[in-house]
Write a protein that binds this ligand. Structure first.
Ligand code: G6Q
Length: 535
């Protein structure tokens, strides 16, 4: 791949070449005296209230230096600064593309260190205005004791992250409030949520940045119809979160409308009003603010120059070592925390939609691997399910574990001398070591080859503040990988084709197989035809 405009592509970088040489002989973690207590201690980085332990990655000091050099050579931290300052970085040079700033960090940048750049300052001011408006609105709801329940209707970025955080922070929720989610256009999703609700005490927040998403608009119409059937006026129950000027920007149809801007990508929108209305309703406004404070603190950490001071950068580079140099195609993110039950699903979108790209920022096809397949479930449950493959399967799966010293509720019991929390942590630590060092045996079926790279992210307790930091840690890690690969982590052209074809199939359904609609998409018509054969 020839470099365009004098810029080196990823594989032409000096650090890439150095890492390529080093990767021919990666560290063997299964050897005696490799995973020593000293290594575990030395290969750890801390920032804020997190510790990242990476002794069980296949890296030596030499590899770490080369990774740091890769970060420098690709100006990763400078690019992060430029992103947070509001430069237009969401674009592909020379081709028709999105052409926007990327300013989700400004949604939480109105605390101690307001951004100095003018665009970021403006964005932070607008965000603060929406927060204040939300605070007022919620106070009015409180004063009039209007609603006990809230349904968030939205999909993709307007659902996954907000839902993951709400579920993660149940220990902090308001006892008098409940939140529900409808995302799928499958009518059973809405039916199941609505069947047990007293609609007279229920508000609905419809979240769609574009105001055009098929699933969300359909679900809004469906849920409105339930209110009408119950003799209620939906306009007195429905709240909108959308982009200014979108088709949903019609305050006459809503009890209140909140706004987001085109510089906030859907999957990066949790801390904006997209997550804000629901999180502040369900957890209380102060807890929502704590999430913002935490996220802002980690955004600041992402500006640190040294790799070992900058946790998201360090994790990004370790991921790149596994992906591009050790050749691992997937990444399992396993929280040893039941509260994070949907967090990996959010990270799956955040990572795969951002970095599942095949062209670089100059529109050139890349000649290296980009984002990995991201998946996972909480531990210890995963241990009783897919860990067999992770330990002894033929595909090596690097892992990122997340764990907490304390539980959220603090309700625990000593059983046979240890608490539940200690049992949870023992399993996390044991898995990390077992995967790294493996086990020799004369019985091949009882042999563990080891050298399964993994790292552990540890914090004291999953509070709203910690949750904000964790969210930002991953958002920034994903962005760093995109900066280093020089791909655009902020667009999502790959989701368009399916949407276009789904609309052609809808036209066949809507016109009851009109000739024109069938001829416009014969393969789609053939699939519809399969429905006729069902008994
Ligand atoms: C995220 C994507 C996508 C988006 C949904 C919902 O980055 O753009 O998941 O969030 O398609 O979009 P709307 O909020 O516009 O309905």
């Amino acid at each position: 791949m020839a470099a365009k405009k004098g810029l080196k592509t990823f594989t032409e970088l000096d650090a890439y070449k150095q890492l390529k040489i080093l990767s021919k002989n990666p560290l063997d973690l299964t050897k005696e005296d490799v995973l020593t207590p000293e290594r575990i201690q030395n290969m750890s980085a801390s920032a804020l209230n997190f510790q990242l332990l990476y002794g069980s990655e296949r890296v030596t000091e030499e590899v770490l230096e080369a990774l740091e050099a890769l970060g420098r050579e690709t100006c990763a931290v400078t690019k992060m600064k430029s992103c947070q300052a509001g430069d237009v970085i969401n674009k592909i040079e020379g081709f028709e593309s999105e052409d926007r700033q990327v300013l989700h960090t400004a949604m939480r940048d109105f605390f101690d260190h307001p951004q100095v750049s003018k665009p970021a300052l403006e964005a932070a001011k607008l965000a603060k205005t929406e927060c204040d408006k939300l605070d007022d609105f919620l106070k009015k709801l409180d004063d009039n004791n209007l609603f006990t329940d809230l349904i968030q209707v939205g999909i993709g970025g307007s659902d996954l992250g907000p839902r993951a955080l709400y579920l993660a922070l149940q220990a902090y929720k308001r006892k008098d409030r409940r939140v529900h989610f409808i995302s799928n256009v499958d009518p059973d999703d809405a039916a199941c949520v609505l069947k047990d609700l007293d609609l007279s005490k229920t508000a609905v927040v419809v979240v769609s940045k574009s105001g055009t998403t098929l699933e969300t608009l359909t679900n809004e119409a469906l849920v409105r119809s339930y209110f009408v059937k119950a003799g209620l006026d939906p306009n007195k129950h429905f709240i909108a979160v959308t982009g200014k000027g979108s088709p949903m920007d019609d305050p006459s149809r809503y009890l209140s409308s909140f706004y987001i801007w085109d510089y906030i990508g859907g999957r990066y929108s949790v801390t904006s009003m997209v997550g804000g209305v629901m999180l502040a309703f369900g957890l209380g406004f102060d807890n929502y603010y704590e999430i913002l404070r935490g996220a802002h603190a980690m955004d600041q950490n992402a500006l640190q120059t040294r790799m070992r001071d900058n946790l998201p950068l360090l994790a990004a580079l370790l991921g790149i070592w596994n992906r591009n140099f050790l050749g691992h195609a997937t990444l399992a993110i396993i929280p040893y925390s039941q509260a994070l039950v949907r967090f990996t699903a959010h990270l799956q979108q955040c990572d795969m939609e951002s970095n599942g790209k095949h062209v670089d920022k100059l529109g050139q096809l890349v000649n290296f691997e980009t984002g990995p397949i991201v998946w996972g479930e909480p531990g210890t449950n995963g241990q009783h399910s897919f860990y067999q493959m992770i330990h002894q399967g033929t595909t090596i799966v690097p892992l990122e574990f997340v764990g907490f010293k304390e539980s959220q509720y603090g309700q625990d019991l000593l059983v046979q001398g240890t608490t539940c929390q200690q049992k949870l942590l023992s399993n996390l630590f044991a898995q990390s070591i077992a995967l790294a060092i493996g086990q020799k045996s004369d019985n091949p079926n009882k042999q563990f080859l080891g050298n399964r790279p993994n790292r552990i992210l540890l914090a004291e307790k999953l509070t709203p503040f910690t949750m904000g930091q964790l969210l930002s840690f991953y958002e920034n890690k994903v962005a760093f990988q995109g900066f280093i690969w020089n791909i655009n982590s902020f667009d999502q052209e790959g989701v368009q084709l399916g949407k276009v074809l789904a609309n052609k199939i809808l036209a066949i359904f809507a016109s009851q197989n009109s000739r024109a609609s069938v001829e416009a998409f014969p393969a789609g018509a053939a699939l519809i035809h399969a429905l006729d054969k069902l008994k």
